[in-house]
Design a protein around this ligand. Sequence first.
Ligand SMILES: Cc1cc2nc3c(=O)[nH]c(=O)nc-3n(C[C@H](O)[C@H](O)[C@H](O)COP(=O)(O)OP(=O)(O)OC[C@H]3O[C@@H](n4cnc5c(N)ncnc54)[C@H](O)[C@@H]3O)c2cc1C
Length: 490
Amino acid sequence: MSKKVIVIGAGFAGISAATTLAQAGFEVQVLEKNEGPGGRARVFDAEGFTFDMGPSWYWMPDVFDAYFERFGKKTSDYYELLRLDPSYAVVFGEDDFVNIPAKKEDFAALLESLEEGSAARLEEFLEQAAYKYEVGMRDLVYKPSRSVLEFADTRLLGALLKMDVFTSIYTHIRRYFRHPKIIQLMEFPVLFLGALPQNTPALYSLMNYADIRLGTWYPKGGMHKIIEGMVSLAESMGVEFVYNAEVKDFGFQGKNIIEVHTKESIYRPDVVVAGGDYHHIEQQLLPKKYRQYGEEYWDKRVMAPSSLIFYLGIDKKLKNLLHHNLFFDTDFGKHAQEIYESPQWPEDPLFYVSAPSQTDPTVAPEGCENIFILIPVAPNLEDTTDIREKYYEMVMSRLEKLTGQEIRSHVVYKRSYAHRDFIGDYHAFKGNAYGLANTLMQTAVLKPGMKSSKVKNLYYTGQLTVPGPGVPPSLISGQVVAREIEKVYK
Ligand SMILES: Cc1cc2nc3c(=O)[nH]c(=O)nc-3n(C[C@H](O)[C@H](O)[C@H](O)COP(=O)(O)OP(=O)(O)OC[C@H]3O[C@@H](n4cnc5c(N)ncnc54)[C@H](O)[C@@H]3O)c2cc1C
């Protein structure tokens, strides 16, 4: 008889784990507290607009391709991808917009126009970054990181020395470039990793390779098309999804979970994969004696930022916006300090605007614009309606001024989302959006472990364990945990 697995959470990591386990012959049920799949990548419809709630950047297309290929499928069986060109816009100030071209040669020419010699240095930088991407994404991220010995073969050790694990990306970038705009452009992809460039290993210049060489893509219809595709694939392989099924606690026999309890039902699994936020499962659902870490441990973790988000429906088309727009017109150093060093609501924040209806007419009614505004903020801040409104007015004033048009009077739908929603919807620790930051001290074996050391049949997956935050890492995390389970239970 096949062994039964309960996966908690239908986010990218949970669905990936469930599908990989079903392929290996396990009987899999996914219990999801919300009414639909996707977790932080859910979608909602309002007033004719379709809003992706979380991720909007489709990077590292090879990781998605490899995922579907593993099951004998192609990405194009589930959604149609477009490569965006320009990839995105960076707004440095009024009348100072830089469109980032998709072609590497054009990007190099852009850098050269800012700093002589930088095109040649970009080549060198990218050659190294390509090597890091190759080794990092082929080997390192697929390690379960349960022991340092996994990294101890000579080929990998040799590679690790070349991977700049102990230099910061901050220092690394400044060895190649001096112009402040180039530095900001090169540091931007690192922001996805949830930590300051000063605290992020230079290994992550692999993100620049992803940006400049692999490109920014968009699945027609929106990011949730990926989730729809993954769920349809999982169901075709026998995975059962149960929605509105929040796991409340467990029943134990010795060191094994033998029951998973929701309000409605009791499930009796052989193995449990926790794809919900690690801190919630371990600190709120497990009795103390089965927890591996204490609250002090969690309190010392460097969390990636939270976000204040506005989903807006606009009753006209907007000018001077691309699909992705980074508003870097204020001092990032100060904003970063307000996120990481002395957590507080930022005085004058950077922000990001996604306008998917610039590319995709299906996400907004005709003649309208769908925009998503995101301000990265520290986790664990007081989150009130008044504070959200203050930032709405602040950011909209800047957006209107910088893009030269009136927007507020054309808003026909508005929803805000921040810490208390992340906690209410996902049990997010401190209201984090992107999990645990990828600092050196929170890399690989130094992250909360994939396998519980206290409960024999409990495993963890998702953005708070290896390999880290982001959609591609979460997809990989699910595959890695499934392989660990297969080793023991098959
Ligand atoms: C605003 C935002 C923007 C982002 N932008 C990008 C981007 O552009 N590109 C990118 O690559 N990444 C981006 N990310 C990061 C990316 O979305 C996440 O890293 C990824 O989706 C995390 O997936 P996960 O499966 O680990 O967790 P989640 O998506 O959080 O899934 C966990 C699931 O577990 C469920 N759950 C929790 N507790 C329980 C319980 N007790 N019982 C049952 N179910 C439970 C939750 O409801 C949730 O559905 C963004 C994230 C956010 C929030």
